[in-house]
Design a protein around this ligand. Structure first.
Ligand SMILES: Cc1ncc(COP(=O)(O)O)c(C=O)c1O
Length: 355
């Protein structure tokens, strides 16, 4: 799985943009590093991975991705510890998930050796873009797009697998209030909800804009059939704390199997926190909010790690959550980030060193 066994064609950037980058004022996902990884699929095979200077692509306007959305992506992060060592967090899970997403979109699987060889070479070249210090990281965006020209509605025979990277600071999105969806749906049984398919995200923009007009930042999607069960947020899985019990919905073909979510579940077991993985009904959460038993709601995902939610809306009513000193959100964020930054023992073997 190391680069020595897999050739990567490297073309270095003539100059670096790093001196002109203000690392203290980074808007999420706006600035990209000097290089990108790119690998073409043609004639039935993935070709040699390449690393080249970050820059625009030239594509035929009829390429399938523009018309039929045959595209999937991933989100992961690299961290630098105090000794300048570079770490990834559970990268094999992201690798497996992108191929799971690809399979559902009829995109050929990407070889594991190419993924790790390309990613590691890219990170080594752009290592100065990964800043030390808690909260700093490099957001990594692998993605696959169908590039074959022609507007016939069929899977392409040509693709590009790419990785681009963007330096990130600690993510703070302000106070987040969520709306429990009563009308729109994100995913349906037998659909693509479990995949990181580009179209899943586009389809959320309009309902999320409507929710924003009502004073909510995000939507918690409910099951498409009844809207009675809470599933996940736009880019986060979701946890509810009722009393001292944590509850989160089981993954399914409608819900993304989040790496952060499953890490929280493992940590909850380790620290004997009562956690149930089961369907979570809107009714029980509204009742718990009314009785005062609802202590926390938080989202989990790579970009934010843990995102506490301050209130929710449902059926025209708004509910506020208490501000806790000893929140589970804070507890899990501390445990997870210490593992990510190599500041705590890695009992589960989640860290992966890039060297
Ligand atoms: C729909 C959705 N749910 C959940 C998550 C959280 O997953 P992870 O923890 O692997 O980042 C993401 C982000 O990747 C997402 O897009």
């Amino acid at each position: 799985m190391k680069t020595s066994t897999t050739p990567v064609d490297i073309q270095k950037a003539a100059t670096s943009k790093i001196e002109n980058t203000d690392f203290n004022n980074l808007a999420f996902g706006q600035v990209f590093t000097d290089h990108m990884m790119i690998c073409d699929y043609k004639d039935g095979a993935w070709q040699t991975p390449k690393i080249q200077p970050y820059g625009p692509l030239e594509m035929d306007p009829s390429a399938r991705v523009f018309h039929y959305g045959q595209a999937v992506f991933e989100g992961m992060k690299a961290f630098k510890d105090e000794e300048d060592q570079i770490w990834l967090f559970r990268p094999e899970d992201n690798f497996e998930r992108i191929n799971k997403s690809s399979e559902r979109l009829a995109i050929p699987a990407f070889p594991k050796e190419f993924f790790f060889a390309g990613l590691e070479e890219l990170l080594k070249l752009d290592k100065d873009w990964i800043k030390k210090g808690f909260g700093n990281s490099l957001y990594i965006r692998p993605f696959v797009i169908a590039t074959e020209a022609g507007v016939s509605a069929a899977p392409a025979k040509e693709y590009k697998f790419m990785i681009i990277c963007s330096p990130a600071q600690a993510y703070y999105s302000g106070e987040v209030r969520v709306k429990f969806s009563e009308e729109y749906s994100r995913a349906a049984d037998g659909g693509v909800g479990f995949a990181k398919a580009a179209g899943n995200y586009a389809a959320q923009f309009y309902p999320t804009n409507l929710a924003k007009d009502e004073g909510f930042q995000q939507i918690i999607w409910t099951d498409a059939n009844t809207h009675e069960y809470l599933e996940e947020a736009g880019t986060m899985n979701i946890f509810f704390r009722v009393g001292d019990k944590l509850i989160t919905a089981p993954t399914s073909d409608r819900i993304l199997d989040g790496v952060t979510r499953k890490s929280i579940i493992a940590l909850a077991k380790e620290f004997n926190i009562d956690l149930e993985v089961r369907r979570v009904s809107v009714k029980e959460i509204v009742e718990a909010a009314k009785s005062g038993d609802l202590k926390e709601i938080f989202g989990s995902g790579t970009a934010t790690v843990i995102n506490p939610i301050v209130g929710f809306g449902h059926a025209g009513k708004k509910y506020d959550l208490p501000k806790l000193e000893d929140s589970y959100a804070g507890f899990f964020k501390d445990k997870l980030t210490k593992i990510q930054y190599n500041q705590a023992a890695d009992k589960f073997n989640w860290r992966y060193q890039v060297k």
